[in-house]
Design a binder for this molecule. Structure first.
Ligand SMILES: Nc1ncnc2c1ncn2[C@@H]1O[C@H](COP(=O)(O)OP(=O)(O)O)[C@@H](O)[C@H]1O
Ligand SMILES: [Mg+2]
Length: 468
């Protein structure tokens, strides 16, 4: 399609119809965010975007994709999950894919690349790998090392069903009880048994993990945006690994759903969530800006590598996009670890700042996904939209400006409203030029919007104003 037709297409599309959405989720902020857009809810199949829970996806989007079963979709219709997202978002499958990737690199003699996948704790699928686990447990014991493992159901969330073990007999009992459940034909589930990170980085003696949001627009080619905002979630109780406290979830599990049940927690007195920006400042003040930058670079690289590990297995349906909620921990040697990836990160809020963050995140997500077909008319999505920055596109990882000391925008200032206003102005200017006929500046302006500015050395750069 030539450019003029594309613009015309956009105008007709805009003038003739309001955006329609379908959803299965009415009780969370995603519904509010869709309504805030002034879009119209529909019960029919004429939606532009369907915001679904994963259950709907499994019923309506077969593993063979939309094209070959279930709904037949129009070019512009979008859905918020990939059909087999579980390859990344189920705890056992994520580790299986990461292990496979690492092995493949080793087989091909790419040892440095293989090392880049050393960001997940040692993990076994239970019960299928229980013999391997038992052998490993005995070896560690024989070496005189202390060991704690964490047992997690493969498909649950919010810390449910999780427990810690430090004795083989506990696993043997679990296997036996599970066997009995199976015999009684009642509901039983598979677990992963994962090495427990017993040396987490602590802040004021408390353990935390970090929730980060990554938006994948496509797997082939891989196109990923990372949101600047997110938060560290702290435990309310000081950390220790005392044997008699291993059953205390308030020490070991940082899920906010768990922590807020703690009777000694008072939301009015203690805030258990820190914006990533505060964590960045804390790391900079405690360990220096170089260390701070490295931690966030490593986190960004870890996210890219986790997506690369499933690139070949995820069905790349062009109607799909996905907003992943990453859980990341940092050990006291300042190494980030991938704990899990959530397909449906919590979209509830218990504070005003939580609500603001999530509504902004969802609003920006709809803009990046381009439900309104705004960027489609230019053939490319801008490198920054609101709080989202592109981190990987058809040319590979997106490099920041060579002169900038900041490599990842994660945890940097999220001046999303100002940026969106600026982007809208630029877009309107380009649009009116295109509508009024040829303009020699148009191409330049478009270059500016969709590609960012060009550095003198020709590498692609992002707008780097006001990092902190
Ligand atoms: N390997 C681990 N080492 C230390 N803590 C862990 C580990 N795995 C999980 N945790 C803790 O348990 C919490 C819940 O684990 P997670 O894998 O995210 O399961 P869920 O789906 O229930 O949130 C994490 O937020 C973290 O605080
Ligand atoms: Mg979690």
């Amino acid at each position: 399609m030539d450019r003029e037709k594309r613009f015309l297409g956009y105008r007709q599309y805009n003038a003739s119809r309001v955006i329609r959405f379908g959803t299965t989720m009415h009780n969370c902020l995603s519904y509010q965010a869709l309504k805030n857009k002034q879009w119209q809810e529909t019960q029919l199949d004429d939606w532009d975007i369907f915001y679904a829970d994963t259950g709907w996806i499994h019923e309506n989007l077969p593993y063979s994709g939309f094209a070959s079963g279930g709904l037949r979709l129009n070019e512009w219709q979008k859905v918020n999950h990939f059909p087999n997202h579980v390859e990344l978002t189920r705890k056992d499958l994520m580790v299986k894919n990461l292990k496979r990737m690492k092995k493949q690199c080793e087989k091909e003699g790419r040892h440095e690349d293989a090392k880049a996948f050393d960001f997940f704790p040692q993990t076994y699928h239970m019960p299928s790998e229980s013999s391997l686990f038992i052998r490993q447990f005995k070896e560690i014991k024989a070496a005189g090392e202390n060991q704690i493992w964490i047992m997690k159901p493969i498909g649950r969330a919010q810390g449910k069903g999780i427990f810690l073990v430090n004795k083989l007999s506990q696993i043997e009992t679990w296997l036996k009880e599970r066997g009995n459940q199976k015999a009684e034909n009642c509901c039983y589930e598979d677990y992963v048994c994962q090495r427990y990170l017993d040396n987490p980085l602590l802040v004021s003696g408390r353990k935390f993990d970090i929730r980060i949001y990554a938006l994948c627009l496509s797997y082939v080619p891989l196109k990923v945006y990372l949101y600047r905002d997110g938060f560290a979630r702290f435990s309310n109780t000081r950390f220790n690994t005392n044997k008699d406290e291993l059953t205390n979830n308030y020490i070991h599990l940082t899920n906010h759903a768990i922590q807020k049940q703690d009777a000694s927690y008072n939301a009015k007195v203690t805030d258990l969530k820190w914006p990533i920006r505060s964590l960045r400042r804390y790391l900079s003040a405690t360990f220096g800006p170089e260390v701070e930058n490295k931690v966030f670079d490593d986190i960004q690289q870890l996210i890219i590598n986790s997506l690369i590990s499933v690139q070949k297995v995820i069905i790349n349906d062009r109607h799909c996009f996905e907003l992943y909620g990453y859980d990341i921990m940092i050990s006291d040697d300042l190494k980030p670890w991938l704990i899990e990836v959530n397909a449906s990160p919590s979209m509830s809020a218990d504070t005003d700042s939580d609500r603001k963050l999530k509504l902004g995140l969802l609003d920006d997500m709809f803009s990046v996904v381009d439900v309104e077909q705004k960027w489609t008319s230019f053939g490319k999505t801008p490198p920054r939209i609101g709080g989202f920055d592109v981190i990987y596109d058809e040319n590979g990882p997106v490099k920041q400006h060579a002169n900038s000391s900041v490599h990842s925008f994660l945890g940097c200032a999220n001046d999303r409203e100002r940026q969106l206003q600026q982007l809208q102005k630029q877009w309107e200017a380009c649009n009116s030029r295109a509508m009024s006929g040829t303009d020699s500046h148009e191409d330049l302006a478009m270059e500016h919007i969709v590609n960012g500015t060009k550095a003198s050395n020709g590498t692609k750069t992002l707008h780097t104003a006001a990092f902190r």
